[in-house]
Design a protein around this ligand. Structure first.
Ligand SMILES: NC(=O)c1ccc[n+]([C@@H]2O[C@H](COP(=O)([O-])OP(=O)(O)OC[C@H]3O[C@@H](n4cnc5c(N)ncnc54)[C@H](O)[C@@H]3O)[C@@H](O)[C@H]2O)c1
Length: 289
């Protein structure tokens, strides 16, 4: 039988590797997972933030040597391979890989030059692809219940205009993770499940102009801890698409926006018709129905 879920009981006492784990959603997930009795390997390219995160997570991890901090740039495959080797040397196996590291993108035009494109794609797409490429075979070989969570975005699903490189990177993560889930379920007796975590608007440094410690959470945003809790529920339920809402966008609104975006192809509407003046009224009516 193909495995599509993983429960807290199956995670307890085992190891999680979290990229981008020094802040935000990755750090919140590390705290939740440590609270479940997991050993944690936190990876991030911000060494100072990683040290601080280590101080927060360390008291939550039970037992000695239950926490590893690794300075890793996920855009470099050899560094992600080193991360895998460190994690397997320290813990012998990986029950949960969370490919989470990401950077925000500026408002830009599709024809803007290659530098901004590669800065975003190298981390947001390649960073996650590197995690999949470096870890999957080792996790298959360990043959124990385990999960790979890749962090996408609604911007990679409904692709709102303006943040094109970010949207492309997250659309790539969605496709990569769907294909990963498909390929894993072709393997007889495979014990790894794959999941796409899609945070809603979450109060983290990626979308705060002020340092997060000095800023106030906007009412409409979720906390990173809410996202981490929702992820754990989704993993236990066996959800492939773990789509978080937030305090300003409900599940129903997300579903309708996703349906409308798919409808552009089916109905032969103009690209991104949700933002097209001639479709404004019909989109509004669709959302009200
Ligand atoms: N916050 C939101 O509203 C939101 C919404 C949708 C998706 N996401 C996604 O959630 C994930 C986590 O973001 P967050 O909101 O917690 O932001 P965050 O800035 O708090 O955390 C991102 C972490 O990734 C690290 N990082 C950046 N580049 C790296 C690299 N090259 N190698 C290793 N680590 C690197 C950062 O240092 C940081 O610690 C990202 O993939 C982001 O795109 C966030």
């Amino acid at each position: 039988m193909v495995r599509e879920s993983i429960s807290p009981n199956e995670l307890e006492g085992r190891a999680a590797v979290i990229t981008g784990g020094a802040k935000g959603i990755g750090l919140a997930a590390a705290k939740r997972l440590a609270g479940l009795g997991m050993k944690i390997c936190l990876a991030d390219n911000d060494g100072d933030a990683l040290e601080k995160a280590g101080e927060e997570v360390s008291p939550l991890v039970s037992g000695e040597n239950g926490l590893r901090l690794e300075t890793v740039d996920v855009s470099k495959f050899e560094e992600v391979e080193r991360l895998r080797d460190v994690a397997y040397d320290a813990f012998g196996e990986v029950a949960l890989l969370m490919n989470n590291a990401g950077v925000g993108g500026p408002r830009m035009k599709p024809w803007d030059g290659p530098d901004v494109w590669s800065r975003i794609l190298d981390v947001n797409f390649w960073g996650i692809a590197h995690g999949v490429q470096a870890f999957t075979e080792a996790m298959l070989a360990q043959n124990s219940p385990s999960a790979i969570v890749n962090v996408g975005s609604k911007e990679g699903i409904t692709t709102p205009p303006g943040n094109v490189a970010y949207s492309v990177s997250k659309a790539g993560v969605k496709v990569l993770t769907e294909q990963l889930a498909y390929e894993l379920r072709q393997i007889e007796g495979c014990k790894i499940s794959a999941h796409l975590l899609v945070p809603g608007w979450t109060f983290t440094s990626i979308n705060s102009s002020a340092p997060i410690e000095e800023a106030n959470k906007p009412d409409g945003a979720w906390t990173a801890d809410q996202v981490a809790g929702f992820m754990l529920d989704g993993l236990e339920s066996g959800d492939f698409y773990i789509i978080c809402q937030d305090n300003s966008v409900s599940r129903e609104t997300d579903e309708k926006r996703i349906e409308w975006a798919a409808g552009d192809l089916v109905e032969n509407r103009p690209a991104l018709s949700r933002w097209h003046p001639e479709h404004e009224d019909s989109f509004a009516r669709f959302m009200e129905d």
